[in-house]
Write a protein that binds this ligand. Structure first.
Ligand code: G6D
Length: 346
């Protein structure tokens, strides 16, 4: 099912909606593969949208801090917007001071995709031209969102290149499980199966140090309220405007979630599972500006992202893992967000 959402340089922008038998709805645009709404039930049987977004395309064009967006070719910051690969030096488009953020400009979040609809999936495809934003290789990208009958949102990324290049995509949906943008995510309980995170500098770029979480505010191996971590404090959080904006190395236990987020008031929760080596968790620390989200003023901590990926700036830190995409070895990665609700007892 689709409806016209707006028009961009004469190109129609559609909002596609998937719905399952439980009544859960999931909508996304052919622009940026942006997830505009995820409507799920709370413990009282009310269906509400649990992600940040806008009602109009104009707002996405003017304000969006990557709301719901497909991010690529490379998520996060690349120091000095340049890198060496196979003995060659590449200069990238710099869109964060002298650095590159989320693939440069225009990146996937600002791209119009071909979309194919199936009964429970939306399949987005795009051919990213060689040297787009400075990256070598023409890359064929196919990304699929599926909404299952069991309330799982599945993201599958596939890519193929004709030249060695970098590829490390993610999705930038900000969840607010309360269904009410006025409520912050600070009281949400967070579990992350991670023993170490990537330290950042004052420009939010990984320094290369992987620091153990034990005994620090970054230890979410037992679920705790996000605000308790922030109150405990850590100089690393100060660098990120008083919250999380860090890559966590995931431990991955078979058939177990990598992260869990719970909002006790609404009864809603999410279990996140991924095959990606890491997740950048951003608690919306710098969500400010002169705009509204579904009618409410944007505020810090009004959403939280789970940006599954290899650690940011991996190309400059060999121990962060390999994000080089080579011809003949296609990229595949899968992330699942399982939505659940703990119903109120009568
Ligand atoms: C990402 O890590 C970054 C943040 O620093 C940035 O502000 C946001 O995207 C827009 O999560």
């Amino acid at each position: 099912m689709k409806r016209l959402f707006g028009e961009l340089n004469g190109v129609p922008i559609y909002e596609y909606t998937l719905k399952n038998k439980r009544g859960t709805e999931f909508s996304a645009l052919n622009y940026g593969a942006i997830v505009t709404r995820i409507v799920t039930e709370n413990q009282f049987g009310e269906f509400q949208n649990i992600c940040l977004g806008f009602h109009s395309l104009d707002d996405y064009l003017a304000y969006s801090p990557y709301f719901g967006a497909f991010v690529g070719r490379v998520a996060g910051r690349i120091r000095n917007g340049s890198f060496w690969l196979d003995g060659k030096h590449y200069d990238l488009v710099k869109n964060a001071g002298v650095h590159q953020l989320h693939g440069g400009r225009p990146n996937f979040s600002k791209t119009v995709f071909e979309v194919e609809e199936t009964a429970n999936s939306l399949i987005f495809s795009y051919k990213s031209p060689a040297f787009q934003n400075g990256y070598p290789g023409e890359v064929d990208v196919v990304m699929r969102y599926t909404l299952t009958e069991e309330d799982a949102w599945v993201i599958e990324y596939e890519a193929d290149t004709d030249q060695p290049t970098l590829f490390n995509p993610t999705n930038h949906t900000y969840f607010n499980l309360s269904g009410d943008v006025k409520k912050s995510i600070l009281k949400n309980e967070l579990f992350v199966r991670s023993h170490a995170y990537a330290c950042i500098d004052e420009e939010l770029i990984p320094t290369g140090e992987l620091r153990e979480v034990f005994g620090t505010a970054f230890d979410f191996n037992e679920a705790k309220q996000i605000q308790s971590a922030i109150l405990k404090g850590d100089p690393q959080m100060d660098l990120a405007s008083g919250g999380l904006d860090h890559g966590f190395v995931l431990e991955h236990v078979r058939n177990q979630p990598d992260a869990i987020l719970v909002d006790r008031d609404s009864g809603r929760g999410i279990k996140m599972e991924t095959d990606a080596p890491a997740v950048v968790i951003y608690t919306g620390n710098t969500l400010t500006g002169d705009y509204t989200v579904f009618g409410d003023k944007i505020r810090p901590f009004s959403g939280i992202t789970f940006e599954t990926q290899s650690l940011p700036d991996a190309i400059h830190h060999p121990h962060f893992g390999d994000i080089v995409l080579r011809p003949g070895t296609p990229f595949y990665s899968k992330t699942i967000f399982r939505f659940f609700v703990n119903k109120a007892r009568n």
